[in-house]
Design a protein. Structure first.
Ligand code: 26Q
Length: 827
């Protein structure tokens, strides 16, 4: 009934327009004429948010039904990215809101671009948590994401003369229309103090913790929409505040400023996200951040549970709690404390509940990234938890001794306490012992966990360690970020792929369809043009959208080998200088990524890339065919622009170092080809898309091990490989640093003396492989065919598949569709 749906459409648009005007006037207190862009952004967002409320409230009601099991995803990071656009897509009202905005004299795209993204994560791990929340809601699984409401998220990156500068991320400043503060749901969290024994009313001896200080955790809830379903899950982030009682105590003795100071200290807890990934520096504040959000979350779940049941006996039937890495692993002793000390369970029953509740995801093989906390620090901050950890360990090591009589070495290795020097609590061991499942994030990663990092645990409990390969959400990473491609796919094969990504397979035959291929090429070209207009080249001619867009975006790390990419660039530069007739396609090398502020080498690599960019882009002899763009402040928003325009995805970590990678999946989904090593999920991507559609190079894990065992000497390679020798010398002699030979010496020295990530060993294979890449790119038909096949065969890497596996293998939860029983506000 076309006429009718058209009048409905008009009604919706009219209501939306009224909504904008109403929010502007009553909520923001401004008049249309003097409203700022931010006012309009807020007005539109509040209007959209209203349309989520009925679903949200009905979902919360469903949580309270006895037969619904809830997944709690505990994570110190949630890298959500902007909400507005995603919510419009998931609600299915993008077009109406765009129309309503236009009729109100607004540009929806401009409003969407205005949103300050919540960057409450470093990179892969935090973004994975966000993709998983999207899939949980879209699959209608009741779920709560629990984390920290950092006042300052990931720092903003700027470049100052090529060096990274960190600027504070004041994301809450413009106002956050997506969150609800729930002041009445606050909980208290202790620290310090001491433990004591006492006799309870029945004369039973018990232990209690008498904290020296208390802080309040205030929850802020953000609704998480599923894609076109009624389920709206919740991201519950905790903010720290000083409890009233405690400044009054100070006030009464007259120390007003002391009280204010204490208040400030309490609020420091949720002030800032630690900007280092893959490296723990053992800071007490970081440990306390972890404990703070974990304690708030466990107390919250217990409250929800006791609202429905009279005791906690069946807690693990109501909640499945996933630990996103070891950052929330202190949940294990905290839940034991709550059960034993507060709810008076005996140890064995409590342990039964705890181990049936938790499961742990490992995200790293790098030894320096395995979290450990000094025993002395725990003793001061969390004395009761340390006692509980000792008791967990005592019982666990008894079991180990029983299993391996006389083997003192295995006891030393598996102990939760590291006693080799200063004593530490090993959080990975705690998480392995305290849950019923451990998972790696890609097949290769899980295999290496079984064979190395967690070999002892795997031997003791052969069924506990499983693999669940990471995935990403096609809603955000295709529908939201690449509207052109999504529209083409829709018109070719319909929409089912959006919630069932394997359906992209239907694109395979179209790889032979010249009309479809041409449209595909036009879209890639248009996406590339967009970025050329957004970023003008500072030193040379504007970026050329015909060029091969060769992209590496990810955190800057030596193991990810941005400097291998750079050595290839310098090699091409030399080749072009020596042979101006050289037949290679023009390339634009694009980089993006932040370095941890304390990671000297990573920051120097940024400076090196920017320095090479300055010389190459400014050299008319090469800059028609070679250009470099380092996009500052890589974040989710920039990701939306970058994945759709890439021709080539750089996934070049040393084999065995990248747990999974998730950018690799986002690129392939958007029709980029991968140049990569057999590392992380690259292995599985190559398996899926076909070896003939993937540019593989470099050593595999076995070859890396053998090479190291044989005594790896990077100096030999440097001496023998002429082109590599020349490339390194060009950097060392100051060609890119105005003659300064000292500036980049630490990078050069590291490569020549130790080369811990075997950049030189993989150099020639990489350069040769890139030669092939260039040749294939010169055959656009062939390239496009390969790109289409990559997208068509990428279905496995939807986070919907990952989440379905978590539900079946770990959480034992099923979809719980939400019925809209609660109506809107009565008239
Ligand atoms: C730990 C202690 C103290 C301070 C910071 C940290 C910390 C913070 C963040 C340690 C690690 C991280 C982040 C790790 C991370 O992002 N790992 C990546 O996880 C992705 C999702 O599974 C994988 O795809 C990547 O391979 C992995 O590197």
């Amino acid at each position: 009934n076309y006429g009718n749906s058209q009048t409905n459409e008009r009604k919706t648009i009219k209501k939306l327009k009224r909504g904008f005007a109403y929010k502007l006037f009553y909520q923001l207190g401004v008049w249309t004429q003097n409203a700022s862009l931010n006012d309009y952004y807020l007005a539109v967002s509040y209007t959209v948010r209203d349309r989520m409320q009925q679903l949200f409230i009905n979902t919360i009601r469903a949580f309270q039904q006895k037969d619904s099991k809830i997944v709690s995803y505990l994570s110190a990071e949630f890298l959500m990215g902007p909400h507005l656009h995603n919510n419009l897509i998931n609600l299915g009202i993008y077009d109406q809101v765009a129309q309503a905005a236009a009729e109100s004299g607004l540009d929806l795209q401009q409003i969407i671009d205005h949103e300050e993204e919540p960057g409450l994560g470093n990179g892969g791990l935090g973004r994975l948590a966000a993709c998983y929340l999207d899939s949980l809601a879209s699959l209608e699984i009741p779920a709560i994401g629990y984390g920290i409401r950092y006042e300052f998220g990931m720092f903003d990156q700027a470049f100052d003369n090529g060096w990274q500068k960190e600027l504070s991320d004041r994301w809450l400043q413009p106002g956050n229309p997506w969150e609800f503060k729930k002041a009445d749901m606050a909980v208290e969290v202790g620290s310090g103090g001491y433990t004591e024994q006492y006799k309870d009313d029945h004369g039973k001896l018990r232990v209690r913790w008498v904290p020296g200080k208390l802080v309040k955790g205030i929850p802020y809830d953000t609704p998480i929409l599923g894609y076109r379903v009624n389920t709206v899950n919740m991201l519950r982030l905790w903010s720290a505040e000083a409890p009233k009682s405690f400044d009054f105590a100070e006030f009464n003795v007259g120390d007003y400023l002391g009280a204010v100071h204490e208040k400030m200290l309490a609020e420091t807890i949720s002030k800032v996200l630690y900007p280092n990934d893959e490296q723990s520096h053992g800071k007490a504040l970081r440990l306390y951040q972890q404990y703070f959000f974990v304690s708030c979350s466990m107390q919250d779940m217990i409250r929800i549970h006791l609202f429905q049941f009279e005791n906690l006996d069946n807690f693990s039937d109501k909640f499945a709690v996933q630990l996103n890495d070891t950052h929330p692993a202190i949940a294990v002793p905290e839940f034991m404390r709550l059960l034993v000390d507060v709810h008076h369970y005996d140890w064995d029953s409590a342990w039964e509940i705890v181990t049936h509740t938790f499961a742990y995801t490992n995200h790293t093989l790098l030894p320096e990234a395995l979290e450990k906390w000094p025993v002395a620090m725990l003793a001061g901050l969390l004395p009761r938890h340390l006692e509980i950890i000792y008791e967990i360990n005592r019982r666990f090591l008894d079991l180990v001794r029983l299993e391996y009589p006389g083997d003192v070495d295995v006891v030393r290795r598996m102990s939760i306490i590291d006693e080799t020097g200063e004593r530490y609590v090993r959080m990975a061991n705690l998480a392995c012992v305290g849950g019923h499942a451990i998972n790696g994030v890609a097949q290769l990663h899980t295999k290496l966990l079984k064979e190395h990092t967690l070999v002892d645990f795997h031997r003791l409990w052969p069924d506990k360690l499983i693999n669940i390969t990471n995935g990403v959400t096609p809603r955000r990473w295709m529908v939201v970020s690449n509207p052109r491609l999504s529209q083409l796919i829709r018109s070719a094969i319909g929409e089912e792929w959006i919630t069932d990504l394997k359906k992209l397979q239907a694109l395979e035959p179209l790889a032979e369809d010249s009309a479809f291929c041409e449209k595909w090429q036009q879209i890639k070209f248009a996406n590339k043009q967009d970025i050329c207009t957004m970023f003008a080249c500072k030193q040379g001619p504007n970026y050329n959208p015909q060029a091969l867009f060769d992209v590496q975006v990810k955190r800057i790390h030596e193991y990810k080998r941005q400097h291998l990419n750079l050595l290839h660039i310098v090699t091409l530069y030399q080749r072009l200088k020596n042979n101006p007739e050289l037949d290679i396609p023009p390339r634009l090398f694009i980089f993006g990524g932040k370095a941890a502020p304390s990671y000297f080498m990573a920051k120097l690599i940024i400076k090196l890339i920017n320095s090479v960019a300055e010389v190459v882009n400014g050299d008319p002899a090469v800059n028609k065919r070679l250009q470099i763009l380092f996009i500052p402040n890589y974040n989710v928003q920039i990701g939306h622009i970058v994945y759709p325009m890439a021709d080539l995805s750089e996934q070049i970590s040393l084999a065995g170092k990248e747990a999974s990678g998730t950018g690799n999946m986002k690129f392939a989904m958007n029709g980029a080809l991968t140049v990569g090593t057999l590392d992380g999920a690259n292995v599985e991507i190559r398996e899926e898309v076909g070896a003939e559609n993937f540019f593989l190079f470099g050593m595999n894990v076995g070859e890396v091990e053998a090479r190291r065992a044989a005594g790896y000497n990077p100096q030999d390679i440097y001496n023998e490989n002429k082109e590599l020798h020349a490339a390194i010398n060009l950097i060392a002699t100051g060609h890119f640093s105005h003659g300064d030979r000292e500036l980049f010496r630490p990078v050069i020295d590291s490569l020549l003396k130790h080369d811990p990530f075997m950049v030189l060993a993989d150099y020639q294979a990489y350069v040769d492989c890139q030669q092939q890449v260039g040749e294939v790119f010169q055959d656009p038909q062939r390239w496009t065919r390969m790109a289409i096949l990559n997208a068509a065969r990428i279905g496995k890497f939807s986070s919907d598949r990952s989440i379905t596996e978590y539900c079946r293998k770990i959480w034992q939860v099923k979809p719980f569709p939400v019925a809209l029983t609660l109506q809107r506000v009565p008239d």
